[in-house]
Design a protein around this ligand. Sequence first.
Ligand SMILES: NC(=O)c1ccc[n+]([C@@H]2O[C@H](COP(=O)([O-])OP(=O)(O)OC[C@H]3O[C@@H](n4cnc5c(N)ncnc54)[C@H](O)[C@@H]3O)[C@@H](O)[C@H]2O)c1
Length: 274
Amino acid sequence: MGVLDSKSAIVTGSARGIGRATAELLAAHGAQVLINDLDADLAQQTASEIDGETAVFGGDLTKGDAPDKLVQSAIDAFGKIDIIVNNAGYTRDNVIHKMSDDEFQAMLDIHLVVPFRVIRAAAPYMRDTAKKEREEGQEVFRKIVNVSSTSGMFGNAGQANYAAGKSGVVGLTKTLAKEWGQFKVNVNAVAYGFIETRLTAAKADDNVMEVDGEQVQLGIPEQMRGVASMLIPLGRPGTAEEAAGGVFLLCSPWSNYIHGQVLMVTGGMFGGMS
Ligand SMILES: NC(=O)c1ccc[n+]([C@@H]2O[C@H](COP(=O)([O-])OP(=O)(O)OC[C@H]3O[C@@H](n4cnc5c(N)ncnc54)[C@H](O)[C@@H]3O)[C@@H](O)[C@H]2O)c1
């Protein structure tokens, strides 16, 4: 018996990192999980390695109607949607005076527009289902968790584009909480600080990802990694599994009365990294 038995979930960007750890944790507690990633082959591999019922939608969610297809894949595989975790993301750092329109827009697209489109595509399966349940006198909670960042809450030098997207998704979260609360959809966000993944690994020639055929540099300067740990009261960065714990809480029945909040999963850090 798992606390999420009979629940079905979508986790975007779940081939690796925090998304993968989240998918594993949801599956370990009984949920069926749709794995998505830009890196379609790795998404397939991750799904096959997770102990539990999984399905896969490989593809870049910023392209065309991919968010609609993602939602349809979950419906085709599981017949319903109870949990959405908008986790997919990456960084494209630059200082404002050197930042191109494309660099700015790309961060708004993946961190803000994609969560909006995924949520809108899921509306028939979350709102309409809840209306029927309400008529039958049932109260069934569903969950949406959007992934934000301390950069979105406090700003971060070199991340105007990323911070704008991660701040925007907080506005989306709070608004949706007001619109869909009546349908018992808990809508919350997590804001991570410094979690060990490739996004926060040292900047290196091989720490890159390919987006639209272009190599995008990931990571942060080694010097900043050291300073960041000193700013964290718990004294070290978090693991992907610890990061997933915050999302899990917000997907569990123990968060049924937690609504429209941003949970800081930062090891106690109350400001940004720089
Ligand atoms: N690591 C941190 O310290 C940290 C801090 C704050 C916020 N975050 C956020 O947490 C989330 C997960 O990041 P992570 O650290 O696990 O990074 P990660 O690179 O390990 O994982 C992110 C995954 O998202 C996928 N992805 C990126 N763009 C996509 C797209 N357009 N369509 C589908 N998939 C896409 C990537 O391929 C990757 O597998 C991101 O939203 C990130 O911004 C991370």
